[in-house]
Design a protein around this ligand. Structure first.
Ligand SMILES: *[C@@H]1O[C@H](CO)[C@@H](O)[C@H](O)[C@H]1NC(C)=O
Length: 240
């Protein structure tokens, strides 16, 4: 019993020591070296996306989102228990740091899977829609562009980056799929037209009802980036 405890303690110390002691898998780049920055970000992305508990960064793949209120003027639309997957495999298309303007530009090309529960009533692409049940989306090649204003903060004489404000946009570069189960409470006649639209025009549907969901995903990513910036000194990120 006693020796088991010692063993567990030892295992804990060893694991903990590895996590804390491990060097950050980051290549420091010179200011203005776009290629270096892009490659460094690409190499770091899986580590970042799988979460770094030592920096209080939760997993982004899978990413769980409890609730998204996605109402628009034509549609009452609530999403709950969303599971988002695929972010760790995003391709970094661009990462630029404009040191003069203190800005960062990040473009990610991702294949994102979303599963969860929906509850809606209203119209999508001027078609009546109603239902609640399982929702599934397979978003192929979504190009997410994030732009952020940075500032520097100082803690105990050490400088850190801070995301002061940010904005995002997205483009769908391929044909995406979206599926709602139990439309019109399972009434097949009523659901037929709606299902046809989903099948034919997945991208239009996502453009119309998706932005709050994409925004929520982007917020989670930015939140993790903020925790990372607040934990890792600027000197460990940029070659001075
Ligand atoms: C960055 O800051 C400028 C000046 O305050 C502001 O106009 C702009 O909207 C901000 N951009 C983002 C992406 O937050």
């Amino acid at each position: 019993m006693y020796s088991l405890l010692v063993l567990q303690l030892l295992a804990f110390v060893v694991c903990y020591g590895t996590v804390v002691g491990a060097a950050l898998p980051i290549t420091k780049c010179k200011v203005g070296d776009k290629k270096c920055l892009k490659e460094s970000a690409q190499a770091f992305l899986p580590t970042f996306a799988l979460g770094m508990p030592e920096y209080k960064m939760h997993s982004l793949d899978p990413l769980t989102i409890d609730k998204v209120d996605a109402d628009n003027p034509n549609l009452k639309f609530k999403l709950t228990n969303l599971k988002v997957s695929g972010l760790k495999d995003c391709v970094v298309k661009k990462l630029e740091h404009d040191a003069d303007k203190s800005k960062i530009f990040l473009n990610l090309l991702c294949n994102v899977g979303i599963e969860g529960h929906y509850d809606m009533k209203g119209q999508i692409i001027i078609l009546p829609m109603e239902g609640n049940g399982k929702i599934e989306a397979d978003i192929k090649k979504i190009l997410i562009k994030v732009e952020a204003n940075l500032s520097e903060i100082e803690k105990g004489g050490t400088k850190y980056w801070n995301i002061k404000s940010w904005d995002h946009s997205f483009e769908l570069k391929d044909k995406s799929m979206i599926q709602f189960e139990n439309l019109f409470n399972g009434n097949k006649d009523l659901a037929k037209a709606a299902e046809d639209v989903m099948k034919e025009s997945g991208n239009d549907v996502i453009q119309e009802v998706g932005p709050p969901v994409i925004k929520s995903i982007a917020s989670k990513v930015v939140e993790c980036a903020q925790r990372f910036f607040h934990a890792v000194p600027l000197n460990d990120l940029v070659l001075q």
